[in-house]
Design a protein around this ligand. Structure first.
Ligand SMILES: *Cc1c(COP(=O)(O)O)cnc(C)c1O
Length: 231
């Protein structure tokens, strides 16, 4: 609920942070010799209310990201009139896959054969990013690099999915840039099978600059734009 003492959204702060991040992205793109226009910034709005997503839309944001199905479904329904692109970026249970397809234009966390099969559709096509796990911890999500080709082949053979490329989250506690360089190298293996799958979904609030320098095409940025997530 909104009241005058506790507005749901600090619009001025949001606009300021968004402006700063956009300027930083332009700067990093220039440093990398890249055109900032080829980058898609997905603002990750998990835990924030629909009002904040509305404000972002008013500021020109077209792509938003969520990582929990129920929350994403509710916001996408409430804000359907805005025509936003909803990107699902979190770990996804196969039994929820069909429901996520109904509102998401892209799933960034395709990481196992059962999920690929569950995302199959003969009706509509959505974008798929295969998530690679850069750690040895299977709990972090993502396919192990050794299983990358077989998962890519499966996506390519599945109606209703258009393979865009790879997604990764940099591991905690190590410099991000070499990790993003690894993803770029893995992407060459993907492109040997699917030349059009050139996208790289990587870069979050603390490391998007490094990601741009290593070729990211889709940045997933939350708190640097939204401010801290509500408790
Ligand atoms: C939350 C989240 C982000 C954004 O994280 P920030 O650090 O807030 O920018 C990006 N990608 C995924 C998969 C996330 O879950």
């Amino acid at each position: 609920m909104t009241d005058e003492l506790h507005p749901v959204v600090d619009t001025a702060g949001l606009a300021e942070r968004l402006g700063r991040v956009r300027a930083d992205i332009a700067d990093a793109a220039a440093e990398a010799g890249r055109d900032a226009g080829e980058l898609t910034t997905i603002v990750v709005t998990k835990f924030h209310p629909a009002e904040l997503v509305s404000e972002l839309a008013a500021l020109g944001v077209r792509d938003v990201g969520e990582n929990r199905h129920q929350e994403a479904q509710a916001k996408a329904a409430e804000l359907a009139h805005l025509g936003l692109n909803w990107h699902f970026v979190g770990q996804l249970q196969s039994k929820k896959a069909r429901q996520v397809r109904a509102y998401a234009s892209a799933v960034h966390s395709v990481d196992r054969p059962a999920l690929v099969d569950a995302l199959r559709s003969d009706a509509a096509t959505i974008d798929a990013f295969v998530q690679v796990n850069l750690t040895d911890d299977p709990g972090r999500g993502g396919v192990a690099p050794g299983e990358l080709e077989s998962l890519v082949e499966r996506v390519l053979g599945t109606p209703g999915l258009r393979l865009r490329g790879l997604m990764a989250v940099a591991p905690l506690g190590v410099p991000a840039r070499p990790e993003f360089a690894r993803v770029r190298a893995l992407s060459e293996r993907v492109r040997a099978l699917a030349p059009g799958a050139t996208a790289l979904s990587m870069g979050m609030s603390h490391d998007y600059r490094d990601a741009i320098l290593e070729g990211a095409t889709h940045l997933r940025i939350g708190t640097a734009i939204t401010g801290n997530r509500p408790a």
